[in-house]
Design a protein around this ligand. Structure first.
Ligand code: WTA
Length: 646
């Protein structure tokens, strides 16, 4: 076990704390550590009354719940508000459209700063109802899943909310995934309808979404209809009887649609995510608990207030977009900003230009974007007035908040380094902007209701009490859910991350303890990349590891064993990378592909990835114990090969 003093040496800043700026603390929801501690204690000692109060304050129920919580980790049967009923789209749209119809719900910016749309709550509700009616006309029934494969645009939000309105769980697939990955997800969720666009453009590059859908549909037999958004107007294949133009389908529909009253525990959506083994898992999130958790974390972690302009620059294809572009902010009646472009286009000042133009108050992004931008000089920030900002949020990896706060926040903002996962639905460990003194690189303390396990030593992060936002199961595979999360440590939820806690109680996430790689905040399973590589007919075997990368956080380093008598050529290396692009998507392409003479395996045939990671990172002095290798000589050959490439 590693001691705190050892860890302290690696984190020289670990005793430094930045106090909360007064301008952020004043008037904030949680404005002191004393208040945080009081509420936190209440949330742990008396969770039923804590969550009951929040569920009644933040959500509107069509049938009030009488039971707050039941079940537990032992059998994986956690339930929140189990006899309550509500409709998520009513909570996110109707009730705000009734009170403040002209308030802007969504501000959207496209690839170019000239593409801006403001959509009011009334308009968002009408569009959502039209789309919901169109889906019903196409035969979608309550309980049947709908696949959404769209760019990060308002239609994606309408589509999600329209599904919620009619009680059809959605499965959003990030539009950067390839046709093969899309097909896997459609097959698993058995969606009958796909909502997509002709094409999208990002950084001026055209992405042929419809083409990917056409290919994916061929590999899955559930799809009956494709609803097609005319986005770029580019020419696409149109299959009569199956494909339907979205604008035509919506035009003829009514702007009202009765929301279904859903049970709190009915599934709201499936979202596929990578694990260390096997195919991506369809995590299931619920109507009541998930929405409450997304709304409360949005309200308190970003200290959202009535007239704020809140921006999360993630994509709706990931959980961050689900919880913190769509569900959390809209449930709270916020103005949420959606961005379809790139942070470096037209130049590295794009984010700050948007902050100035829209007077953004909270800005939520990933460390990789900040690292990219900090490679450019400060004037890209300094030329804009970003003083509207109060809270700077970060997710995906630990952030070095120095550059974020000094350059962007001018030390007048609070940084919230939010640690959470697709599985958690919302933030697990996070500072609260008006209360928590910041330690650079630490996600600090548990959110309300979250009980992390650990003491002043390092270990794996487990959570010992169920919270409302936790994923209830893996779609169609509860056994795998139990095995992956709940049976690893008795009566605890296992996150898959390492953590240590310092003597002030701050948590420091040390990264995944399994074979998941985090590339630019995208979670990628090594087994998926390996699976993609071996589809190449010249590849016999592959093993992938993550290596540190100064912008992406981690990059993928692939070791490939070729079939007998196959020559290594530059073309072959390019083809192998191409196989990953085709089977997963461009974001999962390995930075390095090394043709290896063999893989270091134990006598029982298990690949020793620890060794491959050390070799890839050039840490040859830290190989440790190699005595269990079946053939130690292979290791020398691999080292030689990797060295020869550097
Ligand atoms: C990592 C994204 C350190 C972690 C919301 C987790 C982080 C995985 C942080 C989940 C953070 C996320 N500090 N590591 N602030 N936030 N992670 O499911 O390894 O895409 O398990 O959800 O990202 O990634 P996912």
């Amino acid at each position: 076990m590693v001691s705190v003093t050892d860890l302290q040496k690696e984190h020289p800043l670990f005793n430094e704390r930045h106090e909360v700026p007064d301008r952020v603390s004043k008037g904030s929801h949680i404005s002191s550590m004393a208040q945080y501690e009081k509420y936190y204690r209440e949330s742990i000692e008396n969770p039923e009354s804590f969550w009951q109060q929040r569920a009644n304050e933040l959500l509107t129920w069509t049938k009030p719940f009488t039971k707050v919580f039941s079940g537990g980790f032992e059998n994986g049967d956690v339930k929140w508000f189990e006899d309550g009923e509500l409709n998520v789209s009513y909570n996110c749209l109707d009730r705000h459209a009734e009170r403040t119809p002209d308030k802007v719900a969504i501000i959207w910016e496209g690839d170019s700063p000239n593409q801006v749309e403001h959509i009011t709550y009334k308009q968002a509700l009408e569009q959502t109802c039209r789309l919901a009616n169109a889906m019903k006309e196409l035969g979608v029934k309550r309980g049947e899943s709908v696949c959404i494969y769209l760019p990060n645009c308002p239609t994606a939000a309408y589509a999600m909310l329209a599904c919620a309105r009619i009680g059809a769980p959605h499965s959003v697939v990030f539009a950067g995934f390839s046709a093969d990955s899309l097909a896997d997800r459609i097959r698993d969720s058995k969606s009958k309808l796909i909502i997509t666009a002709d094409q999208s453009t990002r950084g001026g590059k055209v992405i042929p979404l419809k083409q990917a859908v056409d290919d994916a549909v061929k590999k899955s037999d559930s799809v009956q209809h494709v609803l097609l958004l005319q986005n770029t107007g580019g020419k696409v294949h149109f299959e009569k009887g199956r494909d339907v133009w979205l604008h035509e389908a919506m035009e003829k529909q009514s702007t009202t649609c009765q929301p279904e009253s859903m049970n709190a525990e009915d599934p709201l959506f499936y979202l596929y995510t990578s694990g260390s083994t096997g195919t991506p898992k369809g995590l299931v999130h619920t109507q009541g608990g998930y929405l409450l958790y997304a709304a409360l974390t949005h309200l308190w972690v970003f200290d959202y207030r009535e007239n704020d302009i809140y921006a999360c620059v993630a994509d709706v294809g990931w959980i961050t977009g689900h919880s913190y572009i769509v569900y959390g902010p809209l449930c709270n009646g916020a103005t949420t900003f959606m961005f379809e472009g790139l942070p470096t286009l037209p130049d590295a000042g794009r984010y700050w230009d948007m902050v100035q133009r829209h007077k953004i108050t909270q800005f939520y992004t990933a460390p990789t974007a900040i690292r990219t931008l900090m490679k450019f000089d400060d004037t890209f920030v300094k030329r804009y007035d970003v003083t509207s900002l109060r809270v700077l949020g970060s997710v995906g990896e630990p952030i070095n908040p120095e550059s974020y706060n000094e350059v962007v926040g001018d030390k007048k903002c609070s940084i919230v380094d939010t640690y959470w996962q697709t599985e958690s639905g919302g933030h697990l460990l996070t500072p609260l902007p008006g209360a928590t003194p910041q330690k650079a690189g630490s996600a600090s303390f548990a959110f309300f209701g979250i009980v992390p396990e650990g003491n002043s030593v390092s270990g794996v992060l487990c959570i010992s009490k169920p919270w409302p936002g936790i994923t209830r199961t893996i779609f169609n595979d509860h056994e795998r859910y139990m095995k992956t999360y709940l049976n690893v440590y008795k009566n605890k939820y296992f996150t898959g991350d390492g953590v240590w806690k310092d003597q002030d109680g701050y948590h420091w996430i040390t990264g995944r303890v399994d074979d998941v790689i985090n590339v630019s905040g995208h979670r990628i399973g090594t087994s998926e990349v390996e699976g993609a590589l071996v589809t190449h007919n010249k590849c016999a075997e592959a093993a992938c590891v993550g290596v540190p990368h100064d912008v992406k956080g981690q990059a993928i380093f692939a070791y490939v064993i070729l079939k007998e008598n196959v020559e290594e050529t530059p073309e072959l290396l390019a083809e192998l990378k191409g196989a990953v692009r085709t089977h997963i998507g461009p974001f999962a392409t390995p930075d390095f592909v090394v043709i290896a003479p063999g893989l270091p395996k134990t006598r029982s045939g298990k690949i020793m990835r620890r060794l491959l990671r050390k070799i890839a990172a050039g840490e040859l002095d830290q190989l440790g114990d190699t005595s269990t290798l079946a053939d130690p000589h292979v290791l020398d050959l691999i080292i030689e090969k990797v060295k020869s490439l550097k």
